[in-house]
Design a binder for this molecule. Structure first.
Ligand code: GLU
Length: 380
């Protein structure tokens, strides 16, 4: 991965700086208001993808649109998003049509599509994640164009990505991509609502802080997809922490890839230094089962590279067992880190605030070296 070189949108088209690019297409780009695939747009996008491949860049597609296509076929209200059961049924019907649309369009350029349907759990569980990563690697080596969607048929409310933005970021990690490009119906991140007077697009973002988060609005203009700018920022945090660049661009224009990669219309989130593979996986995990609140001194120690000790914990919530993912937050609620807990929630409740020598009595056994060891923790 050489993605730390990517500090401008133009670098995304350079196969040396970006040998593998994940491109995510939102539902509204691919499905018309009549519930049919937008064939013309699909063909022009695939033409651009074929050109990138010719230029020596590998491409992974993350495609939404199953729910929108299936809902039209089944005549479901609210475009299939009235209930989870509706969305799941719609996805089952629509995914077939979606896969077919991509397969046929790619085949016209001599490219072979390969379908992967992934759930959040497939990427949160380390072994399944590695398995998905190995499959992706083999598919790319075999010259295919992987087309990925969430496995909506089985993903339940609590264990869903729900939006393909974060899925695309996680796929970027699993595929060891250099960059992820999220195409939707906006040109990028604006400093205020894009339709507001004087709204300015921000071309490059080095660091996602509260001022950047404040610019994101949860509205999705089309109503077809589920992501808004909030989920795109979350995706950007996952990707950039893992050393992967993330760009946002407009897919509704004539040549969406050229618009971002050649005309540089978009927003680029610059990756942070490259994280080790395991830590990068850990930082991208989404489904924390509990939260540990820590005092100020403990927060500072964590920032300085220390493991989390029981003495600094002032609050515990959630339901988790040893080995589960927990978030570590400051008293203000500000997330500081996340990592794998060495203890169950009940055990942490019992030892929170206690020093090492007091813990053995409560636990009935010698305490472990830390509540969350630094090797199993990433700062957020
Ligand atoms: N997986 C959903 C679908 O294919 C889309 C999720 C999203 O809106 O990003 O319809």
């Amino acid at each position: 991965m050489v993605s730390d070189l990517i500090d401008s949108l133009a670098k995304l088209r350079d196969p040396a700086a970006c040998p593998l690019l994940v491109v995510k297409f939102g539902s509204a780009l691919l499905v018309g208001s009549d519930g049919q695939p937008r064939q013309k747009r699909l063909h022009s996008i695939v033409g651009e993808i074929a050109a990138r491949r010719q230029a020596g860049q590998k491409i992974v597609i993350v495609s939404s649109g199953a729910i929108a296509l299936g809902a039209a076929k089944l005549g479901l209200a609210e475009r299939g998003r009235r209930s989870l059961a509706d969305a799941q049924a719609a996805a089952c019907v629509g995914q077939i049509a979606l896969a077919r649309a991509w397969t046929e369009a790619l085949a016209e350029h001599g490219l072979t599509a390969a379908q992967l349907l992934l759930t959040l759990h497939d990427l949160e569980d380390r072994r399944r994640y590695l398995n998905a990563a190995a499959t992706l690697e083999r598919l790319l080596e075999a010259g295919t164009v992987p087309v990925i969607n969430e496995n909506d048929a089985v993903a339940t409310e609590e264990i869903r990505f729900g939006d393909n933005d974060r899925l695309a970021a996680r796929v970027g990690q699993a595929a060891r991509a250099s960059a992820v490009l999220l195409l939707s119906d906006v040109d990028g991140l604006f400093d205020r609502h894009p339709s507001a007077e004087n709204a300015q697009r921000i071309p490059v973002i080095d660091r996602i802080d509260d001022s950047i988060r404040a610019m994101a609005s949860a509205d999705s203009a089309s109503g077809l997809g589920s992501g808004g700018m909030v989920s795109k920022l979350q995706a950007a945090e996952i990707a950039t922490r893992a050393g992967i660049a993330l760009a946002i661009g407009n897919g509704t224009v004539e040549e969406p890839l050229a618009q971002v990669l050649e005309r540089n219309v978009g927003t680029l989130f610059v990756p942070h230094g490259e994280a080790g593979a395991r830590k990068s996986w850990l930082s991208g995990r989404i489904a924390a089962l509990g939260t540990l609140r820590v005092d100020r001194g403990c927060g500072e120690a964590l920032r300085g590279g220390a493991s989390l000790l029981a003495a600094g914990i002032v609050g515990v919530s959630g339901t988790f067992s040893r080995g589960d993912l927990v978030k570590i937050c400051a008293l203000s609620g500000e997330p500081l880190a996340q990592g794998l807990s060495e203890y169950s929630m009940a055990e942490i409740k019992a030892i929170a605030g206690k020093r090492d020598n007091e813990q053995a009595d409560v636990l009935g056994y010698a305490p472990r070296a830390a509540v969350v060891h630094r090797d199993h923790m990433v700062m957020l």
